[in-house]
Design a protein around this ligand. Structure first.
Ligand SMILES: *Cc1c(COP(=O)(O)O)cnc(C)c1O
Length: 399
């Protein structure tokens, strides 16, 4: 007997960001004081008004299956949010609610991809895009970008990578891990080229609110009716409202795509948790003051981290305008050694930083950018001060 798994299983890797977090937790359980810069989630608690809404829903007996695509109340709240904040008008049948934006993306790729369909993914990319595409038997096509170009793709890149098999382009602005934010002009240039081309644009807008130094958010879907008809907007409450554990994400786009996603969800998830959906209604409709408070803290931390990184010899870093990560180039440290161990790449560096300096960072290799590491500033200013001091001492001690 030879019982085997699906071929695709051998081609996907577990999420690297989650792996680092697990290792850091392990060390901390051994009593080691690890400073964690690997967090992919805000360090704030979910705002009280949102928790209260969940409790109220629970006590009111909202504990049963809901409509597969989300409760009418939450769909309405998503509709209102897209109208109010983005000027985008969608009907309820053009919206779906899923169990987190990650699950939204997975369900979306399930609805879009046939075997071998090519998905254009600019690198550095969020860890899950290529593996999701591979799991669904699509073909991730990585478009490399440069720090000097703000890690943005250009029309020339699209011309180079577009083939008759291209089905989807993934955009993520503000971006994880680079923090890059596309300006309206740059998005317009991409939109002008992409309009009427035979492909979908998946716009992951989960960091929409995390903007610094007066940067503005723009969705490619806002640029014209035609480009909107090719675009699926993906967003969620995880990052903006510190609700990563609640698992609520959503998408809006062409009705046939959203209907297909809803059918898939009805045969897989059934529905996102009823109580979490009620909480998400309050997140979107209720007071936004907790978001503003959180953003003020993030601006201060980001300024400190960026300025400090510039003082570390061997590390170069642009100061990103969005998300909550710094993404420094650490390749000048490669070839050096720590405690007799040579650093050849970002994984060696991340491992040594964790074991020798007790600082958890995510290696750039997971994002398709091995010259970099990702430092999350979703951590207290005091932690950031201590962690960066450890990084500086570690770099200075390399030989
Ligand atoms: C965190 C994240 C997501 C997924 O968030 P959920 O918690 O699943 O809603 C999606 N895209 C990017 C770029 C992210 O960083």
């Amino acid at each position: 007997m030879s019982l085997s798994l699906a071929d695709t299983v051998g081609k996907v890797r577990p999420s690297k960001t989650l792996a680092v977090a697990a290792k850091a937790r392990e060390l901390r359980e051994q009593g080691i004081d690890v400073i964690n810069f690997s967090a992919g989630e805000p360090d704030f608690d979910t705002p009280q008004n949102i928790k209260d809404a969940a409790v109220k829903a629970l006590q009111a007996g909202q504990t049963k299956y809901t409509a597969a695509g989300g409760t009418p109340e939450l769909k309405k709240a998503v509709q209102a949010k897209l109208q109010r904040e983005n000027g985008l008008t969608y009907t309820a049948s053009q919206i779906i609610v899923n169990a987190g934006a990650k699950h939204t993306l997975f369900t979306l790729f399930q609805a879009l991809l046939n075997d071998g369909d090519e998905v254009l993914i600019p690198a550095p990319y969020w860890v899950s895009y290529p593996d999701m595409v591979t799991l669904l038997r699509g073909k991730p096509i990585i478009i490399p970008t440069e720090a000097e170009n703000n890690f943005e793709i250009t029309v020339e890149d699209l011309q180079k990578y577009l083939t008759p098999r291209t089905k989807v382009l993934v955009l993520n602005s503000p971006a994880n891990p680079t923090g890059s934010v596309y300006s309206q002009e740059k998005l317009q240039a991409l939109a002008d080229f992409l309009v009427d081309k035979n492909l979908y644009i998946v716009s992951d807008e989960i960091y929409e609110h995390f903007l610094y130094d007066g940067a503005r958010f723009h969705s490619i879907a806002q640029l014209s009716e035609k480009i909107r008809a090719q675009t699926i907007v993906v967003n969620g409450v995880s990052k903006a409202y510190s609700m990563t554990g609640w698992r609520i994400g959503y998408a809006a786009g062409p009705e046939n795509v959203l209907k297909a996603m809803t059918v898939i969800q009805s045969q897989s998830l059934s529905n996102p948790t009823s109580i979490a959906q009620a909480a998400a209604v309050e997140a979107l409709n209720g007071s936004q003051s907790a978001v503003d408070k959180m953003l003020k803290a993030f601006q201060e931390r980001r300024d400190y981290m960026c300025q400090f990184l510039l003082t570390i010899p061997g590390i170069t870093c642009r100061c990103p305008q969005g998300a909550f990560y710094a993404f420094p180039d650490v390749s000048a440290l490669y070839g050096k050694s720590c405690q007799g161990r040579k650093i050849n790449n970002s994984e060696d560096l991340a491992e040594l930083l964790l074991t020798a300096a007790h600082l958890a960072v995510v290696p750039g290799s997971g994002f398709g950018a091995d010259n970099y590491i990702r430092l999350s500033y979703a951590s207290s200013l005091e932690n950031i001060r201590q962690g960066l001091a450890r990084l500086k001492d570690f770099a200075a001690a390399l030989i």
